[in-house]
Ligand binder design. Sequence first.
Ligand SMILES: Nc1ncnc2c1ncn2[C@@H]1O[C@H](COP(=O)(O)OP(=O)(O)OP(=O)(O)O)[C@@H](O)[C@H]1O
Length: 592
Amino acid sequence: MRDSYRSLRLWLSTAFRAAPGLVVLQCAMQTAQSALAPIQTLGVSWLVNGMASHSSLLPAVALIIASLASSALTEALFEPLSSTVYERVHCRLHKEMLELTGSIPGIGIHENVETANRLELLRGETWRLSRSARTLMLVLGTLVSTATVLWLLISIDPVLTLLPALGLVRVWLAGRGGKLLWSAVERTTPHTRLVNRLLDISGDPRHGVEVRVFGLRRALAERVRAHLALVRAEQTRANWRGAALEVSANVVFAAAYIAAIAVTVVRARGGALSPGDVALVILLSAQVDHATSSLATSTRELGQLLNLFSGYVWLRDHAAELRRRAEGAKDAPAQLRSGIDVRGVKFRYEGSERWILDGIDLRIPAGSTIAVVGDNGAGKTTLAKLLLRLYEPSEGAIVIDGEDLSAIDAGQWWSRTAAGFQDFCRFEFTALENVGLGDLPKAQDERAVRSALRRGDAEIVVDNLPNGLRTQLGTRFGEGVNPSLGQWQRLALARAFMRSAPLLLLLDEPTAALDPEAEDALFARFAAASRGVSMSGGITVLVSHRFSTVRMADIIIVLSDGRIQEVGDHEGLMRRRGRYSELFDLQARAYR
Ligand SMILES: Nc1ncnc2c1ncn2[C@@H]1O[C@H](COP(=O)(O)OP(=O)(O)OP(=O)(O)O)[C@@H](O)[C@H]1O
């Protein structure tokens, strides 16, 4: 109940916060417009009575003309006003949702099936949330017209108020139908998510080669069809059940409608009512029919909206709870003095029983470079993400200069780190922005960007662009150039080097897409860049399968099945003739 109340409040406030003046104007116009139809009917009733009693028709005609003119005016203005409010609410909601999800520490919210479903539902239905003002107007309009109709009916015969009362049964059943549909939508969200993902794959040029070479077009289309069929079947079933409820309510209402007209005609014949009253009841009954049917529609829509807003309340609460927890958080240090201690860290992904990291103990002194190697799936990237605080350890702690990382403000920690990942982002902006995004305050600072390009060995990429740093990258959203995979990766690396003295520089397979020559040149620069980072006590963590890169690290750890198998520097590990030296020799032979 409390949740429904909060959803209702959020629903009402969302539209008002986005466009307060326009929504008030919309409310006023809607109220006027909704009262005008019954008032017009009253004018018709006066007209009939005036003609029957041969009295003046002027008041009736004036009332009809005035209400017609006002109705035409408000109708003309209403649509553009609604669209403007819709756009404003839409922009605001998107902005708020991006800010809320972005403020949540960790990426688990996108990976946990339940929370990912909730987010997808919210994202996919933002257009419906944005129509909150329109639904508000629909409800308001129906309430005003129902109240006006009620008032007119009472003035004729209080028994006639039974008619709108029966209409409420219709509204209640429509609400039940809406609930049935909503639970079908919720049940089918995992299928909808999958369909969206498959459509993304089919439409993305990066996957185009595999889709064509493996002849996946048909198979993908068949999967999309099968999941959509499931979604459609569930939702159609719910729609039919809702429709059956509504039809039964309509039959009852139609019987009451006929009875009301029959009673009025009989009473008029007995002289208790005037001909104008009969005309009024006939016309008003039609309006009650219309009003209750649109109230039924808006109730259905309102139910869906409130369900959606309860999802939105959940997202806000979730983000607020994490903000609250972070309130007493400590500041990230300006410089690393001692270093990072990984103490007995165990980690498993949510919903999984398997330990991905199984008791990692590691000391990384300030200013050092550490390389992490190991087989596929050994847990290297997971460890890197824990250091970045994209996940929290399930057991144990990561300690930064004596302070538990989980007690340090996540936003601050991120602002003091830099990262280059194997699955980097390809921002289809200008080359300048693409690199500059690595340090937002300096995003447009050409000197800072050029220096990052130098450290990431990506100057050559920009030199070959037709408009240098001002070149638009990517061709999907307009005219631009399409860099190769390796060129994109060099730019992503340069982005990682934008922050000049991060406490943690994390490079996860940063050279995977580069040719050996470029890789060689880059190693030398890595060493220089790492020295720059280490001046502030910063630590460079390099995850790599290329042992020629790894060898320059101060500490090398070999991960195997989530445990540290070996640790030491290159010479030490080679002398030991263990797993590291075995892998190193294997790769060196392959390169010879
Ligand atoms: N988001 C996730 N949810 C559940 N399991 C995951 C997730 N990400 C990774 N894993 C699992 O964790 C294990 C370790 O993955 P991780 O990416 O850390 O390995 P890695 O050593 O970096 O591998 P690679 O060398 O192939 O990049 C893998 O078995 C993987 O299946």
